[in-house]
Design a protein around this ligand. Structure first.
Ligand SMILES: [Mg+2]
Length: 152
C-alpha cells in the first residue's frame, strides 16, 4: 500500500475563507484563528470528503491526515481532532497526525497546498501541490490517484 499524507488547512478545509471572514467581522483581533471554535467550524473544501473516503476504501492506499498545528493556539489541537471525526468519522481520527514538521514522516505522497515551511520541501515522497497548477481542486487529485467516487 502506498502511504498518502493529506494536509488539512486549505487542502481539506477552507481556512482562507474563514480567516478572511473573521477578519471582516472582528478587525480588532490580530489572530482570528486563535478564537475558540475557529478550527472546528471550518467548512470542508468541495469534494474533499468524498476523496478521503475513496482513499480509505481503496486497497492501494493507506491515507493519513498530516497537519501542522498553530502552536500558539493550543485549542487547535483538539479542534482539528473534533473536525476530523465530525466530517470524516472516527476511522480518520485514528489516522490524524499533528506535527509541526512534515518531513519526519515516511511515506509515498504528501498532498499539501504549501510547498515549503513545515518540512514539505524535504519530504522524501512525491509532493502533490494542492490548489497548484496541476491539482486545482480535488477532482484533479482523484483522477491522478485513479480514485472514483463510491456509489451512494
Ligand atoms: Mg495547508
Amino acid at each position: 500500500m502506498k502511504i498518502v499524507y493529506i494536509d488539512m488547512d486549505d487542502t481539506l478545509c477552507d481556512y482562507k475563507s474563514a480567516f478572511e471572514q473573521a477578519r471582516r467581522l472582528r478587525p480588532d483581533i490580530e489572530y482570528p484563528q486563535s478564537q475558540p471554535s475557529f478550527f472546528l467550524n471550518l467548512s470542508p473544501l468541495p469534494n474533499a470528503i468524498d476523496a478521503m473516503q475513496c482513499f480509505l476504501a481503496d486497497e492501494r492506499y493507506d491515507p493519513y491526515i498530516l497537519t501542522a498545528p498553530s502552536v500558539k493556539n493550543p485549542l487547535c489541537y483538539t479542534e482539528k481532532r473534533l473536525w476530523v471525526e465530525k466530517h470524516l468519522g472516527f476511522a480518520y481520527a485514528e489516522r490524524l497526525i499533528i506535527s509541526p514538521v512534515k518531513d519526519l514522516l515516511v511515506g509515498d505522497y504528501l498532498i499539501d497546498d504549501y510547498l515549503e515551511g513545515k518540512g514539505q520541501e524535504s519530504f522524501q515522497g512525491e509532493l502533490i501541490h494542492f490548489a497548484g497548477e496541476h491539482f486545482k481542486e480535488w477532482n484533479a487529485v482523484m483522477r491522478y490517484f485513479g480514485l472514483t467516487k463510491a456509489f451512494k
